[in-house]
Design a protein around this ligand. Structure first.
Ligand SMILES: [Mn+2]
Length: 430
């Protein structure tokens, strides 16, 4: 019988922190009431918020130099679901997982769907992989996949995406995320226009195979592994493609896939306006696509992104229904701890952004009162909403302090004993 954290254990650990939480929650409630904000309303918003976890995120990631495996790592999708189940059990914000193929391939997807449900998990967008070669594959993706100069290679990459749609259909997903590593490392390696044309042609074949209620999410990335010109390098290219493909194609924003200092919240606002915002791959970065934990380096940027999202939600922007997902690489931490901390930070940014007095902000903007407008935004950001997040978790049966409880449970040590190491675990993705 495999080890699991019980509701009783959560209850007894929470009991130790209950009084302090009640105290902090009441104090914050009084502070917010003075600002005309109902803490109950904010707690309900926090309880309703959800962000998906990627199956590859629970394995230890690596860099271009090395990967240092952690103890008790998941060996396959079954272990990954177990770990993802713990993340949701303690944080109550990650009820869906985003699978990746072929890494998560199994024989029976109905059984996998049931297995996920036994961990109280459902499936989010499916991710295709044409950025590396698989053992049984005929043609190599070394020089590209959906935009390869060779027609047969493009057809093989399209076929893989169609298979992902079919698997996702069985799992209950309603979206396919397509990120391609295609691009060139040298001027002269590829024709920049022809590569984009081939991308559209391949994506059209995938688009046509989407079930009625499905979307295809196009993910752009500025560089890496192509270091001269990535085919879908930025949100402009992504938007061009999404517009050409049709209403079921939308643009996914991975926070790490832009040039340093890019104003991502403005890109988000533009994509919302174009009704083309698919959703997010959340992570944080200092220099490039660092895939660090969400909110660990620049929580203010994450908050400003959510400020645009909450603004769109409150004014009921047409076609606004973003999919939220974490996409990180955990190289030096326990991935379960990193994913729990990240889910909490993302939820924190959402609640903080919900605190902005939008009416007062608009009045300040209409009056060109620069300092007041800035102070209204900043006031929301510096409000410590931790008691709201903890109370939301407690009410849903989660942990008041997820990481402390996880450590006390001994989960990792128990899994290390249960999971003898195997070679070649799949982790670390862009
Ligand atoms: Mn991503």
């Amino acid at each position: 019988m495999s080890f699991a954290i019980t509701a009783d254990f959560i209850g007894s650990e929470n009991a130790k922190a209950n009084d302090a939480l009640a105290d902090d929650y009441q104090a914050l409630g009084r502070q917010l009431a003075r600002r005309g904000i109902s803490i109950e309303e904010m707690t309900e918003r926090a309880m309703a918020y959800a962000v998906a976890v990627p199956t590859w995120g629970v394995g230890t990631g690596g860099t271009r130099f090395a990967r240092f495996p952690g103890p008790g790592e998941p060996r396959h999708i079954h272990d990954k679901l177990e770990d993802c189940g713990v993340i949701n059990q303690l944080t109550r914000t990650t009820p869906n997982v985003s699978p990746h193929f072929p890494w998560d391939k199994v024989g029976d997807y109905n059984a996998l769907r049931q297995e996920a449900a036994s961990h109280a998990l459902g499936f989010d967008a499916v991710n295709s992989n044409t950025f590396q070669d698989q053992r049984d594959q005929n043609r190599s993706y070394k020089f590209g996949s959906l935009t390869h100069a060779d027609k047969g290679t493009r057809a093989q990459a399209v076929e893989h995406n169609l298979e992902c749609i079919e698997i996702g259909r069985q799992l209950g997903s309603t979206a396919l995320t397509v990120w391609i590593a295609d691009g060139s490392n040298f001027p002269g390696q590829a024709n920049l226009n022809a590569a984009f044309d081939r991308y559209i042609e391949s994506l059209k074949a995938i688009y046509d195979a989407l079930p009625k209620d499905w979307f295809v999410f196009l993910e752009h990335k500025l560089y890496e592994p192509a270091f001269y010109a990535t085919v879908i390098s930025d949100w402009g290219s992504s938007l061009m493609a999404a517009l050409e493909l049709g209403p079921k194609a939308k643009c996914l924003v991975d926070l790490g896939h832009h040039a340093p200092n890019t104003n991502i919240e403005q890109i988000v606002a533009r994509l919302i306006r174009a009704r083309k915002l698919a959703g997010f791959h959340f992570n944080d970065s200092k220099y490039g696509d660092d895939d660090l934990d969400s909110g660990s380096v620049d929580p203010f940027r994450l908050f400003l992104v959510f400020s645009e999202l909450v603004d769109a939600e409150l004014r009921k922007a047409e076609g606004f229904a973003p999919a939220y997902m974490i996409d990180q690489s955990h190289n030096v931490t326990d991935p379960i701890e990193s994913l729990m901390a990240s889910a909490v930070e993302i939820q924190r940014a959402f609640v903080q952004a919900s605190l902005i007095d939008r009416k007062a902000l608009q009045a300040a903007q209409d009056d060109s009162d620069v300092m007041l407008g800035h102070r209204l935004v900043k006031q929301a950001f510096i409000t410590d909403v931790s008691p709201i997040l903890a109370e939301a978790r407690r009410r849903k049966g989660g942990a008041i302090d997820p990481i402390t409880l996880y450590r006390a449970s001994g989960y990792r040590a128990r899994k290390t004993a249960e999971r003898p190491p195997v070679g070649g675990t799949s982790a670390g993705i862009v």
